[in-house]
Design a binder for this molecule. Structure first.
Ligand SMILES: Nc1ncnc2c1ncn2[C@@H]1O[C@H](COP(=O)(O)OP(=O)(O)OP(=O)(O)O)[C@@H](O)[C@H]1O
Length: 288
């Protein structure tokens, strides 16, 4: 299975929200990373057919998704940043309602809902109103609705917005479980959401895709350029002009430990193993 984004552009009046984007998505977990406004949501909305590209095309196994129409939608699950539900709907009623919209027959629907409630640990709250659930539970209900048709392609926008650290951990666990043999694409601007779980990364900035590849290979590509050292606090401004400083920690009086990216290190620096945060900040322009 291959979902190909082929030179896709989306213009809103004079603004190019997505500009000439090309990626070939294959099964695995993909992290779509980029700062706010980079064009992630717009790209995803084109991939789920909610927004029409101004230029370019999207293909599933060489067939255009607009030609495939409902055959494509049958294979697709989508969790937008905010999903709509009726305030009075219980978890079970909501999932049944979505299943009907997706054209799933009753017997299959009941089986799937039962399985998903079990998998996402929502059995005990199935009769509770969605509106009354915690943020984390709501996101899990959101993922269940996207999974009802057992999709081959799952697209999730900002899955962990507003969730606490334990809910984020659970979410990563669920995503890893379901990403086998599926194309799962998660958009986020929070590096730690995808740091460990993503097999592949797409990095966007100002509407453009600036990097695509296997996460470990991309991170590896900056080996030998990340360093840590201790500097004087008073030198920080000058250093920031010259170096891409990724992290800071106060040490004893007047000193700061920094983690930075450079071709040639400062004196007395220790070379460290790069992580996704280093990689991301080495590619996306840092606002100082
Ligand atoms: N319907 C629209 N009409 C006009 N401009 C839009 C529309 N949708 C998005 N944009 C603009 O396109 C750009 C990209 O927005 P988009 O929401 O795709 O980015 P994003 O990377 O998903 O950001 P965020 O993480 O903040 O959601 C932004 O400048 C946004 O204001």
């Amino acid at each position: 299975m291959e979902l190909k984004i082929d030179h896709v552009t989306k213009k809103f009046k004079d603004l190019k929200a997505v500009s000439d984007a090309s990626v070939k998505f294959i099964p695995g977990l993909w992290g779509l990373l980029g700062p706010n406004g980079a064009g992630k949501t717009t790209l995803m909305r084109m991939m789920v057919g909610n927004v029409k590209a101004s230029r370019g095309n999207i293909y599933l196994d060489e067939r255009s998704i607009s030609q495939l129409g409902s055959d494509y939608l049958d294979k697709l699950g989508y969790l937008p940043q905010h999903f709509g539900y009726d305030k009075n709907q219980s978890v079970n009623d909501f999932l049944q309602y979505i299943a009907v919209l997706k054209g799933i027959d009753k017997a299959t629907m009941n089986k799937r809902i039962g399985k998903l409630l079990e998998q996402f640990n929502l059995k005990d709250v199935k009769n509770k109103k969605v509106d009354k659930l915690s943020g984390g539970m709501k996101r899990r209900v959101g993922i269940c609705q996207a999974m009802l048709n057992d999709p081959d392609i799952l697209i999730i926008d900002e899955p962990t917005a507003g969730l606490d650290i334990e809910e984020r951990r659970k979410f990563r666990k669920y995503l890893t479980q379901i990403s086998k043999e599926k194309i799962v694409i998660i958009s986020t601007h929070i590096v730690s959401d995808v740091e460990f779980i993503a097999n592949y990364l797409v990095i966007m900035e100002k509407g453009k895709i600036i990097e695509v590849g296997k996460s470990n290979e991309l991170i590896h590509s900056i080996d030998g350029t990340v360093f840590e050292t201790i500097v004087k606090e008073e030198d920080m401004n000058t250093l920031e002009e010259k170096y891409n400083i990724i992290n800071f920690r106060n040490e004893e009086e007047g000193l700061v430990k920094i983690r930075y990216i450079a071709e040639k290190p400062l004196e007395k620096s220790e070379r460290v193993k790069p992580d996704l945060n280093d990689y991301y900040l080495s590619k996306v322009k840092v606002v100082k």
